[in-house]
Design a protein around this ligand. Structure first.
Ligand SMILES: C[S@@+](CC[C@H](N)C(=O)[O-])C[C@H]1O[C@@H](n2cnc3c(N)ncnc32)[C@H](O)[C@@H]1O
Length: 361
């Protein structure tokens, strides 16, 4: 298997390719990206047998910014009369899988194939479990990805749960809660799914913790914080949804989010203000660097051309601020499914034990 197939947001193939190119170079593994504009897929080919697998093992999926999902495998042509037999043959050459995911690209062409993948789903699963290439009991085995580019061409690949997105195509199945004031609410929820391991939610987003939401109105992100029973300072000149204010957990401050300084340190700062990434990264560096919060989630909007470079610069600026302040923290970015022309950045102070809620002078 000489290839990694990566899913991304349509239009971000160049960024995904640039990132893979840089990371494979840093690991000393030769490879090249093959992209097609707006295809939502990037092929990363490593000509040397074994290199694609080595690359996948050496990279941490959660460090990739633009890839939503990935799999190691190969392309296969399948005749319309019998697609299943060649897929079974291809699977015999790979590892045993715990499950099979039928995928397409996240494009209109991809969506148009939903009927085909739906039709194939049951017979494929039956054939794969009968031949024992898929064994649901082997929960530690990789997932088998069958990504249909067309009715006659499919990528047969594998990903390991510990080093890949937990959803087919990297698309989480999240629903806008009925009483949330805006769809944006999903961004914060998805960010938590991505940046905070599930078994740490109760300690890191605990009842009674404090949070500041900059650019909070109408309150989609605040809703998520309130839903975790946190106390929230919502900073925005715009109006907050009355239902949120009725919770008694929200203090609304009408002020400029860039000028706002909390009276006491808080556990979380989140920010969804639409502004230049350089301003957002400076804000983030200030909050963490001055010890105003322990964890932060902020969006970097990317309306410019050099989007990959811009994100790298933002991360460097944040890191430089933290270094200057002598703070050790993890800094990570991800283009979430709910992110459009933007990425979400998460920072967490690592010596969290020494973080205390205290008054700020
Ligand atoms: C994308 S909306 C936020 C949506 C919100 N996260 C939600 O889930 O409902 C951006 C908000 O930032 C606010 N905003 C823009 N510039 C700001 C600033 N300098 N300070 C505070 N808020 C600002 C706007 O008023 C707007 O309500």
């Amino acid at each position: 298997m000489r290839e990694l197939l990566l899913h991304c947001r349509p239009g971000f193939e160049g960024e995904t390719a640039a990132e893979m190119q840089e990371l494979s170079g840093a690991k000393g593994i030769a490879g090249y990206a093959v992209t097609k504009d707006n295809s939502a897929l990037v092929r990363f080919v490593c000509p040397q047998e074994g290199d694609a697998e080595r690359l996948m093992t050496k990279l941490r999926f959660r460090d990739l910014i633009f890839a939503r999902q990935w799999a190691l495998g190969e392309w296969l042509d399948v005749p319309v009369e019998d697609r299943i037999s060649p897929i079974i043959t291809a699977c015999s050459k790979g590892p045993i899988a715990s499950c099979v995911w039928l995928e397409t690209a996240d494009t209109n062409d991809g969506k148009a194939m939903a009927a085909l993948t739906k039709k194939l789903s049951r017979p494929l699963e039956t054939a794969l479990t009968k031949t024992r290439f898929v064994r649901p009991a082997k929960t530690d085995a990789p997932r088998l990805h069958l990504c249909f580019e067309s009715g006659q061409r499919v990528f047969v690949g594998w990903s390991w749960a510990s080093n890949a997105a937990p959803w087919p195509m990297g698309i989480p199945r999240l629903k806008v809660p009925r009483d949330a004031p805006s769809r944006s609410t999903l961004k914060l929820e998805e960010a938590w799914h991505h940046f905070v391991p599930r078994d740490e939610w109760d300690s890191r987003m605990a009842p009674g913790m404090t949070a500041v939401d900059l650019g909070a109105a109408p309150g989609g992100w605040t809703w998520q914080l309130v839903n975790r029973h946190m106390n929230v300072i919502a900073v925005d000149n715009g109006p907050m949804a009355p239902s949120l204010m009725d919770s008694g957990q929200v203090e609304h401050i009408q002020a400029d989010g860039y000028m706002f300084k909390p009276k006491r340190t808080v556990h979380w700062m989140v920010c969804d203000i639409v502004d230049k990434p350089a301003r957002s990264s400076a804000l983030l560096g200030r909050w963490i660097g001055r010890g105003w919060c322990r964890e932060a989630i902020i969006n970097f909007k990317l309306p410019m051309k050099q989007r990959y470079q811009e994100v790298m610069q933002c991360m460097e600026h944040v890191q430089a601020d933290l270094d200057a302040a002598g703070i050790k923290a993890s800094v990570a970015c991800k283009q979430l499914y709910s992110d459009r022309e933007e990425v979400t950045c998460h920072v967490r102070v690592l010596h969290a034990g020494s973080f205390k809620i205290q008054a700020l002078g």
